[in-house]
Design a protein around this ligand. Structure first.
Ligand code: BMA
Length: 392
């Protein structure tokens, strides 16, 4: 079963063909993005039409529980991983964060050097995997972080307006976008191929914990923020990015609420959902509530994606601390099997925040169940999507 899945998935993820010339081996499609980027989008949609989905993990190869990569040693690129330590395979999807790139820092907000992120993205692509990027950028008006601080709430609430055209931070914000554009364009393999990535800024905007959240701007301002972002990146020559819209669960199954701040079909490629399980030890009611919430909201996101002909994914999830040993096959997998998503992304295994982990690591009680999840025909890890790029 797994082998059959592997072959189907390998045919889905990356391929290259036709189009106008950019570089001879990395042509542009009619809409100005590289043909590989368009192929990735088509393949994400095709995954949505199948019963299989890719497994992703944030910061998977940089650090985990009890270890951190040696960023000064290039031979450790794409080597260690908590997921790999358990099932001898990497996630098919890796996720990284660009927070603090805007400041010109050499490391991101979680302490990972940007140069290493760049190398890791290229290495993962070379292995046939996919990459998505989030951006927990600072607040250009208050000088604070992405997260709204109560003491600065008044300023924070003016931030989106301040970065739009005519706002006092507009020019600064454009310079931040330009740094992102440069980074995305720098994701080029030694053989001249721009690595397609799924960019996922302005996420969880239906909540109000980020400065771009629900209470801090109007729907029009939020949409303008998106349009400004995508227009500027394109203007600066970014040809290898897809864009994901990923609200939290606040819409609670209501399509109108989910779409209230949707920037438009011309801007967005993938519809997502961020939904977490923060149940306390053995609290079955909280786990059941998560399952119901996930089921309802994923059903809604998949229905909307179908109408709008978009790819769809569970853009962030996980059970913080994984306090139930069979959570993978008893809670998560049964729900995912009901919804045609292209991938599910688990959040990071923080080496610096005890208890803040979302994938198992060697010795964790849920390892046997995660291995069952790995062996299920529906779950695609790197080996399952590997091959097509290499066999071109
Ligand atoms: C959050 C937490 C933070 C982290 C941020 C960006 O969900 O994991 O500790 O800094 O994501 O990765």
């Amino acid at each position: 079963m797994k082998l059959q899945t592997t072959i189907i998935a390998a045919a889905l993820v990356f391929c290259s063909c036709g189009g106008n010339q950019q570089k001879a081996n990395d042509p542009l499609a009619d809409n100005g993005r590289t043909q590989r980027t368009e192929n990735l989008l088509q393949n994400l949609k095709a995954l949505g039409d199948s019963s299989v989905y890719m497994i992703g993990h944030h910061d998977d190869t940089f650090y985990g529980i009890g270890w951190e990569a040696d960023y000064t040693n290039d031979s450790t690129i794409h080597s260690h991983s908590d997921v790999k330590s358990i099932c001898n395979d990497y996630p098919a999807l890796l996720s990284f964060d660009l927070g603090h790139l805007e400041l010109g820092d050499s490391r991101n907000l979680d302490g990972v050097p940007f140069e290493r992120i760049r190398q890791e993205i290229i290495a993962h692509y070379d292995c046939g995997g996919m990459v998505t990027l989030s951006w927990h950028l600072d607040n250009p008006l208050s000088g604070g972080s992405s997260w709204v601080a109560d003491s600065l709430k008044e300023v924070e609430s003016k931030t989106v307006a301040s970065v739009l055209e005519g706002g006092e931070k507009h020019e600064l914000f454009l310079s931040w976008l330009d740094k992102v554009a440069d980074f995305l364009s720098s994701l080029e393999t030694p053989y001249g191929v721009k690595v397609p990535v799924l960019f996922r800024p302005w996420h969880e905007h239906t909540g109000s914990w980020f400065w771009w959240g629900q209470e801090h701007c109007t729907a029009e301002q939020y949409k303008d923020l998106w349009r400004l972002t995508v227009d500027r990146l394109k203007e600066k020559g970014v040809v290898n990015a897809l864009y994901a819209y990923s609200p939290g669960t606040e819409a609670d199954g209501d399509e109108t609420r989910y779409m209230e701040r949707y920037p438009g079909d011309d801007i967005i490629d993938l519809l997502g959902l961020d939904c977490y399980c923060f149940a306390l030890e053995a609290d079955t009611t909280q786990i059941a509530n998560y399952a119901a919430q996930l089921d309802k909201n994923l059903g809604m996101a998949c229905a909307i994606a179908k109408k709008h002909q978009k790819a769809v994914a569970l853009t962030e999830t996980g059970y913080e601390g994984i306090k139930t040993a069979n959570w993978w096959t008893h809670t998560l997998a049964p729900i995912l099997s009901r919804h045609p998503i292209s991938y599910v992304l688990l959040w990071r295994n923080a080496r610096e925040k005890p208890g803040h982990f979302f994938a198992p690591y060697p010795g964790h009680a849920s390892v046997p169940d995660f291995v069952r999840f790995y062996n299920a025909p529906q779950t695609l890890f790197l080996r399952d999507v590997n091959g097509l790029y290499l066999s071109k």
